[in-house]
Write a protein that binds this ligand. Structure first.
Ligand code: NDP
Length: 453
């Protein structure tokens, strides 16, 4: 590693030793930027990298709420306002018991480059809470969201910071959060994206991350003379991103053999078709059930529960052509990566953020498969969030076809920019470097132009 990047990484490890996910994201990013340091001395002179790893602001707050038994519960809320050089902070809110500063800082850091890649004017942010929505009643979720927004509302605004959904935050939660903001501020403005279409939401926002992942992957495959037609795909997770990834894969003529949740893995070698996908949507989004129930409903499927002590995930051992991790960070370790490559997988498109460990990343690179990092391949979600902001400013609502067309164009543009950055500054087809570099260059230029802030 270059002296400059090594010193900065040592500094990050020294000041935040207990933030492994953040350190991992910074390590991966700096490895890609390494090549640029000598060619672009202004980056060093203006300390752009040093400023990038320090959030502009971290907000941490108490979230008190009353459960259905009348007991007071306290959770911790966060908003990381990472970088606003190219636009208002933008990034999702995550509700999951694992949420902590390290996870949110890694997500906000990656978001900065992802948002830059979309070509829209959005800075990077992320937030959430260690609140676990699983097993809570609608009223409990509503009371939590109202309390969370009561504090968050003073830190956000349509030109300042515009949060959205992430793990554990879908249409229900965004609705409750938005309702509380509107009630407190007596204003109907686009301070959140992912809203319902009846109150300012954009069509195609729920679909956007999964659809965008498949659009970008299709562009990459097309550049190699390949397609999805008749190919077998692995998808992990069964939430928002997984569901719409499966939907678009089916539109493209692929066969999908897997899904999962945090309790276990579902393998359906006969293929998850439209009818089975509709079942999954109702199961997960309406009944808030577990993916295990799928195997009771469709007897041809096999369900393998996690026992907590596995050193690899059986989902990644299924023979397939392409793989789409859509659950969470670090869900593919070295062993999983080895299984994928040994089984003939030729493309890994990341729907989740940072789903591959550093060791898995390195193995994908060594094996020469097509590896598309989350900050490029899942950027469709935030891109349509950006389009929702534009619609809110105009007080207009575009048709689903108009939004989908723009999403497709944005994902094609992302392919062009990560592909050419890889060729110019790294090696052909190294989309990890391409995404880091292309995302970084625009942010860096904006930071230098705006002086030392
Ligand atoms: P959802 O909450 O809708 O779904 C998450 C899915 O992942 C669920 O199936 C969940 O299982 C599973 N999961 C969550 N945590 C774990 C874990 N620790 N171990 C195993 N499985 C887990 O979230 P999304 O689909 O929105 O998000 C999935 C990924 O995509 C995340 O990495 C997110 O950051 C990323 N992403 C999401 C975007 C969006 O627009 N929503 C945009 C860009 C990226 P269970 O039900 O058991 O919890």
């Amino acid at each position: 590693m270059h002296d400059v990047t090594q010193k900065l990484l040592d500094h990050v490890v020294k000041v935040d030793p207990h933030q492994p996910e953040f350190i991992q994201a910074v390590t991966s990013f700096l490895a890609s930027i390494d090549n640029l340091v000598d060619d672009l001395p202004q980056i060093v002179y203006h300390k752009v990298l040093d400023r990038l790893v320090e959030p502009e602001r971290v907000i941490m707050f108490r979230v008190p709420w009353i459960d259905d038994d009348g007991q007071l519960q306290i959770n911790r809320g966060y908003r990381i306002q990472m970088n606003s050089a190219i636009g208002p902070y933008k990034g999702g809110l995550r509700l999951h018991p694992s949420v902590n500063l390290s996870i949110l800082k890694f997500l906000a850091f990656e978001q900065t480059f992802k948002n830059s890649l979309t070509g829209l004017a959005m800075g990077g942010g992320k937030g959430g809470s260690d609140f676990n929505p699983k097993g809570k009643s609608d009223n409990e979720v509503m009371r939590f969201c109202q309390s969370f927004m009561t504090e968050l509302s003073r830190h956000i605004g349509e030109d300042t910071d515009v949060p959205a959904g992430d793990i554990g935050v879908g249409g229900r939660e965004i609705g409750y959060l938005y309702g509380q903001y509107r009630r407190m501020n007596n204003k109907s403005v686009g301070i959140l994206t992912g809203k319902g279409p009846s109150f300012g939401g954009s069509y195609i926002r729920p679909e956007a991350t999964g659809y965008g992942l498949v659009y970008l992957s299709a562009a990459i495959l097309e550049s190699k003379g390949k397609s999805f037609e008749g190919k077998t795909c692995l998808v992990s997770g069964s939430g928002n991103v997984a569901q719409y990834t499966v939907e678009k894969l089916l539109h493209m003529g692929a066969k999908v053999a897997t899904l999962s949740d945090s309790s276990g893995v579902l393998i359906d070698e006969s293929g998850i078709d439209e009818k089975k996908l509709a079942y999954v949507k109702t199961l997960k989004n309406v009944r808030r059930g577990r993916i295990a129930e799928y195997a009771q409903q469709f007897k041809e499927a096999v369900y393998i529960p996690h026992n907590g002590s596995e050193d690899s995930n059986p989902l990644w051992e299924v023979k397939a052509d392409y793989a789409f991790p859509c659950a969470t960070q670090n869900e593919i370790n070295l062993k999983d990566a080895q299984h994928l490559v040994a089984n003939g997988v030729q493309l890994v498109g990341e729907g989740a953020n940072m789903p591959s460990t550093l060791e898995a990343d390195a193995f994908f690179k060594e094996s020469g498969i097509l590896h598309v990092p989350g900050k490029a391949s899942n950027a469709g979600g935030v891109a349509v969030s950006g389009l929702e902001m534009a619609q809110n400013s105009q007080r207009l609502q575009w048709t689903p076809q108009q939004v989908d067309q723009q999403l497709q164009q944005i994902m094609k543009n992302i392919f062009v920019s990560i592909n050419s950055a890889a060729e110019k500054y790294s090696t052909k087809d190294n989309y990890v470097d391409g995404a880091n570099i292309a995302g970084f260059l625009k942010v860096s230029e904006a930071m230098i132009a705006q002086g030392y802030v």
